[in-house]
Write a protein that binds this ligand. Structure first.
Ligand code: XIL
Length: 370
């Protein structure tokens, strides 16, 4: 691989690159090549990180992947390792190896961990999807107990329940259907949080949700239903410490980030921390020209972060992976044989910083301190 790390760039190349992406203010950081997103965020009391997949360490680029995470991140989210499909592929197997590997990488490098996720209707192996309500209820308790027995005290944030809202299922409260809802009704959420608090009292417990960010009917429904759910949980004394807002931004959707930030402030007023948990930009509707496209992606990161970081309850920002070719969006494009490959993240597929890296850095520099 060509060595194009920031340290190896000449001043002329830096100027040309900065002019191309219109981010001249990032110059000193590029020249020094030392600052990282983790460090810039930490200076404002914000924890920055990315989702991480242990299997990427086995790829030919594994060493570059590891170095990028060590450099940029203060926290890692497990992309697959704690999902039930990974941990319990069949009824009689519990496979801790991938989660142990991620924990070992994080602990060896002084990085915190977001455990994603204890209970979710998705990423379930078939045998769980076939369980009746009694068995699914038993599994919910047993699963949380087994995982927390092994990892309690070592995980900073748990996404205890993931994506509870799904308006298309047409259920009361716009709750999303699934085996765990079938077992306990809405109470599956409170039950999971109470058990997690009992077994891992030091961890921050998070309710994570998708699709709240856009300025359209779908996101409005998500925002209303999610806020109402969080209110019910807080009123019932359920130990929810934070909400996670995934923030998978999409180039073809309409956004009003200041309006979104105002809604975040309403959530925070319930006494919650806010975590941005899965940030990326699906660039499919942006121009094909890579320079233009990268600029648009970078601008979307900047506009989004400028708005949400105004809310001081936003304490954690996590990208969904760091380099384009390891993104789930890139994986989906490859699977569909799409010719134009997506560029959703702050690093490209050769581990070079992209314009988005610089706008994220600028957003952290401009953010009010926590
Ligand atoms: C995705 C992973 O990135 C993919 O690799 C996997 O195939 C499917 O799940 N919301 C979530 C994440 O909470 O767990 C999902 O992650 C992306 C959407």
């Amino acid at each position: 691989m060509r060595d194009v790390s920031p340290r190896s760039l000449t001043r002329r190349e830096i100027l040309a690159a900065s002019a191309a992406c219109g981010v001249a203010a990032a110059l000193p950081a590029i020249a020094a090549g030392k600052e990282s997103l983790g460090e810039l965020a930490a200076a404002k009391g914000i924890t920055y990180g990315a989702s991480f997949a242990g299997h990427e360490l086995d790829a030919p680029y594994g060493a570059s992947y590891a170095a990028m995470y060590k450099r940029e991140c203060r926290i890692l989210t497990s992309e697959l390792e704690f999902k039930l499909a990974t941990l319990r592929p069949t009824a009689d197997v519990i496979d801790f190896a991938p989660a142990d590997r991620l924990m070992a990488f994080a602990e060896a490098n002084g990085l915190a961990v977001r455990g994603h996720t204890l209970i979710w209707h998705d990423a379930l192996p078939d045998w769980i999807n076939r369980l009746g309500p009694g068995e699914a209820g038993y599994l919910l308790d047993a699963h949380i107990e087994t995982v927390l027995e092994r990892y309690a005290g070592r995980v900073k944030h748990w996404d205890v329940v993931n994506e509870p809202i799904g308006p298309w299922d047409k259920l009361p409260g716009n709750l999303r259907t699934g085996v765990f809802l079938a077992a306990f009704g809405e109470d599956y959420i409170a039950r999971s949080f109470r058990l997690a608090r009992k077994l891992d009292p030091k961890a921050r417990l998070v309710l994570n949700e998708a699709q709240t960010e856009a300025d359209d009917e779908n996101s409005r429904t998500f925002r209303e239903s999610f806020l109402a759910l969080v209110r019910r949980l807080k009123d019932a004394g359920v130990p929810v410490d934070a909400v996670g807002l995934e923030s998978h931004l999409v180039s073809s959707r309409r956004y009003d980030f200041p309006r979104f930030a105002a809604w975040i402030a309403d959530l925070a007023a319930l006494g919650l921390e806010i975590h941005i948990t899965e940030l990326d930009v699906d660039d499919a509707a942006f121009p094909s020209n890579i320079r233009e496209r990268d600029k648009r992606v970078a601008a979307m990161y900047r506009d989004f972060l400028d708005a949400v970081l105004q809310v001081k309850a936003v304490t954690t920002v996590v990208d969904w992976q760091l380099a384009d070719h390891t993104s789930w969006i890139y994986g989906a494009a490859l699977a569909k044989n799409v010719k134009r490959l997506p560029r959703p993240l702050p690093y490209d597929s050769e581990f070079r910083r992209k314009p988005a890296w610089y706008t994220i850095a600028e957003a952290f520099r401009a953010a009010p301190a926590r």
